[in-house]
Every structure is written in structure tokens, then in C-alpha cells.
Design a protein. Structure first.
Length: 297
């Protein structure tokens, strides 16, 4: 189940807001995906020379100052790019499966470029994309796309999905709850209250006939600072001093899946993926406590 730490919750950074975060995350993905970047940042480079993924849209919508700032974040952009590669590969496998999906919903989409870049999925396979986020974020994204002549290839659903009626807004925007659907919930859960995260999963389970969901999560051992690993404990102290905004983690994905009647397709730590993607043979210890997963109903 989703849980909040037993320790005193640190105060979040006063500069945190959804609009600035959306811009920062896409810049992190763009910087972290390049071999010339991750070769400098990882501890034991394995040998990958290709980018973690290709994306010609990201550089068109990134603010240069933001990109310059994220290049000074150490290995964090690499972890974010690894996460992005995982989500894209998970979607690709589902599309090619024997029971392919027909809809993709991105919860808290931010400046995610997936629908725009994968217009071929809509054109060739009839897949509909829906991006769900607050009006401010989607509005700024639409302006960036329009300025660059980029076709968004997604229905924008402007809603605060935690505070407002998510299901009703999805219905109003044409979502078919009987069609096989994949939901991408990237970089959101750790910022939500545990009860809000669980309520969202309950709504999805109650309303969609068939769905898969991919999301990332922080292990509770990190948030409670109980890993027993000195490297991780030092990282926790640094994050706490900087104003850690993560408030919710997962103690057991198996228990979470069981509670909501979901089946785990896969569950991998960022450390495992760094090795699998031939980026780093000796990932920093914190990557053992940050995971990505895919579940199905």
C-alpha cells in the first residue's frame, strides 16, 4: 500500500510548483538520455553509446536556462531518462501484444512528448492519447507546441485529478472505459498524499474494464531513512536539507497490487535498469530504492 513516512515529514521546497517541475523534468530527460552526458555521470560506464531513447520534440520545447541548470544535477537526469525509456518500452510491448491497447492516458502528463512523437500509433493502429494535467500546465504546453508547429496528437483533459472529478472529465473528453487502456502515471505518486494515490487507483479499478498501468515509486525504506546503507542515508540527509518534496512511498508493491486486485507484470529498480540498459555497472545506492513497475487489472 502507499504510505507516508513515520518520521517527521520534511518541508517541501518553497520553489516547487507543477509548471516549473514540468519544464525541469523534460529537460532532465533530454540531458540524461545522451551518452555524452551519462558517460560523465555514472560510476562504472558499461559501454552504451546510443541515446537511451530518441526524441526530436524535446529540444524544441526546452528552455535553454532550464537545460543548463539540470546539467549540473549530477546523475539525477540519468535516472529520469532511464525511467522514460522504461515507460516507452512498456508501452511498445503492450501495443505489440496479442491483446493490444487502444487508449493511452497520461496522468499528470506535464510536458510529456510521447503522444506527439508517436503519432504513428494513432495513424497506424488507431490508438487515442489523453493527457491529464492542470490547465496551467497544459496551456503552456499547447503554446509551446503551437509556436513550434507541433501536432500534439492528444486530447488535453484539464483537471486537477486529485481534487476534481477525474472520471467525469475523462468521460466528457471521450474516453471509452470498455476499451483496453494503458495508463502512464509518471513522477506523481511520491508527491501525493497516500490516501489520494490510493483513491486514484480505486477509481481506475472501478471504472475501467481492462487496463494496465505503469508508474514509478520511492521505497518507504528511503523515506523513513531505514535502509542501513550509509551512502543512502547521506543522500537522504542532502535531500532533506534541500527541501525534499516526496511524501509518499511504497513498502510492498505485492501488497499494493493485492489490495486493488491488480497483477504485477514487472517491477524493476532504477539500479537494475541502469545495468540492463548498459549505462552503469555500479549505480549509486539510492537507485536501489527507486523503482518503476507495470500492473494490469
Amino acid at each position: 500500500m502507499f504510505s507516508i513516512p513515520k518520521t517527521v515529514r520534511p518541508e517541501p521546497s518553497p520553489g516547487f510548483n507543477v509548471a516549473s517541475t514540468a519544464s525541469t523534468v523534460v529537460a532532465m530527460k533530454h540531458a540524461g538520455k545522451e551518452a555524452e552526458f551519462f558517460k560523465r555521470q555514472v560510476r562504472k560506464f558499461v559501454g552504451r553509446e546510443k541515446p537511451l531513447f530518441k526524441d526530436e520534440i524535446m529540444p524544441k520545447i526546452i528552455d535553454p536556462a532550464t537545460l543548463e541548470r539540470v546539467t549540473k544535477m549530477g546523475h539525477q537526469p540519468v535516472t529520469t531518462a532511464i525511467r522514460e525509456r522504461y515507460f516507452r518500452k512498456a508501452l511498445s510491448r503492450l501495443i505489440k501484444s496479442s491483446e493490444p491497447i487502444t487508449q493511452v492516458i497520461i496522468l499528470g502528463s506535464g510536458y510529456d512528448t510521447l503522444p506527439a512523437r508517436k503519432e504513428k500509433y494513432t495513424r497506424q493502429k488507431g490508438i487515442n492519447f489523453y493527457e491529464v494535467d492542470q490547465a496551467e500546465v497544459l496551456g503552456r504546453k499547447a503554446d509551446k507546441y503551437q509556436a513550434q508547429g507541433i501536432y500534439p496528437n492528444a486530447q488535453y483533459v484539464a483537471v486537477d485529478y486529485v481534487k476534481e472529478n477525474l472520471i467525469e472529465r475523462l468521460k466528457e473528453n471521450g474516453v471509452d472505459f470498455d476499451s483496453p487502456t494503458h495508463i502512464i502515471w509518471e513522477g506523481n505518486i511520491m508527491y501525493l498524499e497516500a490516501e489520494d494515490a490510493e483513491r486514484v487507483l480505486s477509481l481506475l479499478k472501478e471504472n475501467f474494464k481492462h487496463f494496465t498501468i505503469s508508474f514509478d515509486y520511492v521505497h518507504m525504506a528511503f523515506l523513513e531513512n531505514t535502509t542501513g546503507n550509509t551512502e543512502v542515508e547521506a543522500a537522504f540527509e542532502r535531500f532533506q536539507k534541500a527541501g525534499l518534496s516526496w511524501i509518499t512511498g511504497v513498502k510492498s508493491l505485492a501488497e499494493l497490487a493485492q489490495k486493488f486486485g491488480l497483477i504485477i507484470i514487472d517491477d524493476k529498480t532504477s539500479a537494475e535498469l541502469a545495468k540492463e540498459y548498459e549505462v552503469d555497472e555500479d549505480p549509486v545506492a539510492t537507485m536501489q530504492y527507486y523503482s518503476v513497475c507495470t500492473l494490469r487489472s
